[in-house]
Design a binder for this molecule. Structure first.
Ligand SMILES: Nc1nc2c(ncn2[C@@H]2O[C@H](COP(=O)(O)OP(=O)(O)O)[C@@H](O)[C@H]2O)c(=O)[nH]1
Ligand SMILES: [Mg+2]
Length: 227
């Protein structure tokens, strides 16, 4: 992804909100592809990618895409209960981190991007993360959902290797998956999220759609922590 992608739109949306940069917290289960997503967005290795169930991201790190957007990579949820408690605590800490602008305090994180592994069926970890950690600690219209690993959503079948994109069957499957994730999140958490984007960090497929979702949903105002 080009670091000047839709720069004027981002700039304009941030100006309306009085924000700069946009701070995006990236969360999700271990292995969903959070770090891979950042590497693809940045077109270089900004985050360590795990393998064989070995999570690589041990703490919260931030990287700037340009002077308008900053992403916060986090370790995953779902390794074990003990670590999950630590993870939840760390996320809550970040969600309550403050920044000072013109002598006023605001929440540092503007948007939470929840990444799902599109090849898995189990959404339980993500519902738990949303219900227990995210929803209680940030306004729900700041939560965005994205489905990664679109290339292996049907176990690698129906991926068109020539064009490096889904064929019609997989495309239809992904459309339905996005709609069903959206409605299941509504049922499980009560949150009306915008329709999730599906993409593949590994194949660099639809990654611009992921950025579009973030850019088009930039909050209209700074985040108040004390209400
Ligand atoms: N097939 C496929 N594999 C992916 C994709 N994104 C990430 N992976 C793989 O999933 C594993 C976990 O990725 P990682 O970015 O470390 O996940 P994280 O724990 O959420 O940060 C790695 O082996 C990646 O190569 C994708 O879009 N497609
Ligand atoms: Mg990671």
């Amino acid at each position: 992804m080009n670091s000047v992608y839709r720069m004027a739109d981002i700039d304009e949306n941030l100006r309306i909100a009085g924000l700069r940069p946009l701070d995006v917290l990236v969360v999700g289960g271990t292995g969903a592809g959070k770090s891979s997503t950042l590497n693809t967005l940045f077109q270089r290795e900004v985050a360590k990618v795990g393998n064989e169930g070995e999570p690589e991201t041990m703490s919260v790190n931030s990287v700037r895409l340009n002077n308008l957007m900053r992403f916060w990579d986090t370790p995953g949820l779902g390794d074990n209960v003990y670590k999950d408690k630590g993870y939840a605590k760390e996320l809550v800490n970040v969600l309550y981190r403050e920044c000072t602008i013109s002598d006023k305090q605001y929440g540092l994180i503007d948007t939470v991007l929840v990444i799902l592994d599109g090849s898995g069926r189990d959404l339980g970890t993500t519902y738990k993360l949303l219900n227990e950690v995210i929803v209680p600690n940030i306004q729900t219209d700041r939560i965005l959902i994205a489905i990664n690993q679109a290339d292996v959503a049907m176990k690698g079948r129906h991926w068109n290797e020539t064009w490096d994109c889904p064929d019609n069957v997989l495309h239809e499957f992904l459309e339905q998956k996005a709609a069903s994730v959206q409605s299941r999140i509504r049922e499980a958490t009560g949150v009306n999220v915008v329709k999730p984007v599906y993409y593949s960090a590994e194949r660099n497929y639809n990654v611009e759609k992921l950025l579009d979702m973030i850019i088009d949903n930039i909050p209209r105002e700074r985040r108040q922590l004390k209400m």
